[in-house]
Write a protein that binds this ligand. Structure first.
Ligand SMILES: [Fe+2]
Length: 344
């Protein structure tokens, strides 16, 4: 049986949670068209994308991967279909190119015992630019319109909705004992037995309060964070990458969310509406500690520590990219509004 390659990545966008723009979908299709002919063209596009993050090649590559990842979450890997090999080839190609552009900082060999490595890693996590992003200053100064908060929440939501899936996928490749911690994390994600309190359910009233998410809000950087988590947790080369990436993400989240939460409270929102952020300020630091406590016994060599560190920095940089995208989007929209006022 032959399958029309143009149909392979056709996505069903009817589900409400699948927030992405038709425009982006069209652009992904353009990339696919290029892929269907020589893969060399996608390779060139990916090289351009990682050399010039923020450009049109970057946008195309991130939405292409995002499309594939949404389909993966909806329909699985497609074993026995041409889609499987095609997508693996694309993923592998893009990942290899991205890896060439990652920072190559080495973990000093004297940090080899885990007892020395962990305090150093935690220090590096708290120093990371993701925790000191200029976007937070807008929150601290209460310098955001309702529309800007809506735009922020819509981008944050892209990853918030799907966090539990990375934990679940990663659990398939970790040792039995470590799964206990991950399933404990999932139990929290699903409201500790009360589905109405599952974290995506807590988020929606807040999102709706500001007018809901619009497909065209979504930045390629928000897709890139999701794509990065998929690469580390679903397709990782061993468990060290997932431990470093997810552990770092969870440890750092409360530092960031406290500032969002304080702003939302100053706007006069009820405790019910801001519950998503309250819960995460309380839970995620424990989750981060839990990930490292459960995973580090399996990290034995300096090479493994290097993987933990590299993936921690990689995922925090991807999260910082989400904030870059939102911050730049806000500034751009303000500049456009000013220009409009000036011309009228
Ligand atoms: Fe959560």
């Amino acid at each position: 049986m032959t399958t029309n390659p143009k149909r392979m990545l056709k996505l069903n966008y009817s589900e409400r949670l699948s927030v992405k723009s038709d425009l982006a979908q069209t652009k992904s299709w353009e990339v696919l068209e290029q892929y269907v002919s020589p893969i060399e063209q996608v390779k060139n596009l990916a090289i351009e994308a990682f050399q010039n993050k923020g450009g049109s090649a970057w946008r195309k590559i991130q939405f292409l991967l995002f499309d594939m990842n949404l389909r993966l979450m909806r329909e699985g890997f497609g074993l026995g279909t041409p889609r499987l090999l095609r997508e693996w080839e694309l993923r592998n190609l893009i990942e290899q190119i991205e890896q060439q552009h990652l920072p190559q900082e080495k973990v000093p060999s004297e940090l080899a015992p885990v007892e020395l490595f962990m305090p150093w890693l935690k220090d590096r996590i708290s120093q990371h630019r993701v925790n000191h992003h200029p976007l937070f200053e807008l929150f601290d100064r209460d310098d955001l319109s309702d529309e800007e908060v809506r735009y922020f929440l819509a981008n944050y939501r892209v990853n918030m909705q799907r966090f539990h899936l990375h934990v679940a996928a990663f659990s398939l490749i970790v040792p039995f004992e470590m799964r206990e911690e991950l399933y404990h994390n999932l139990h929290d994600e699903f409201g500790q037995g009360d589905f109405s309190q599952a974290h995506p359910n807590l988020y929606e009233p807040l999102m709706d309060h500001f007018g809901g998410a619009q497909e065209e809000d979504i930045n390629p950087e928000s897709c890139h964070l999701l794509n990065t988590k998929i690469n580390l947790c679903w397709f990782g080369d061993g468990l060290a990458y997932g431990i470093g990436g997810m552990g770092a993400l969870e440890l750092a989240i409360p530092l960031q969310q406290r500032r969002f939460l304080a702003h939302l409270r100053r706007r006069g929102l009820s405790e019910d509406l801001v519950k998503f952020f309250v819960v995460h300020c309380e839970l995620d630091e424990d989750h981060g500690e839990g990930w490292f406590a459960a995973g580090m016994p399996y990290i034995k060599s300096l090479e493994d520590l290097q993987k933990v560190f590299s993936s921690a920095m990689r995922i925090l940089e991807a999260r910082a990219g989400v904030y870059d995208g939102i911050f730049n989007g806000i500034i751009e929209r303000r500049n456009q509004a000013n220009k409009y006022l000036f011309t009228v």
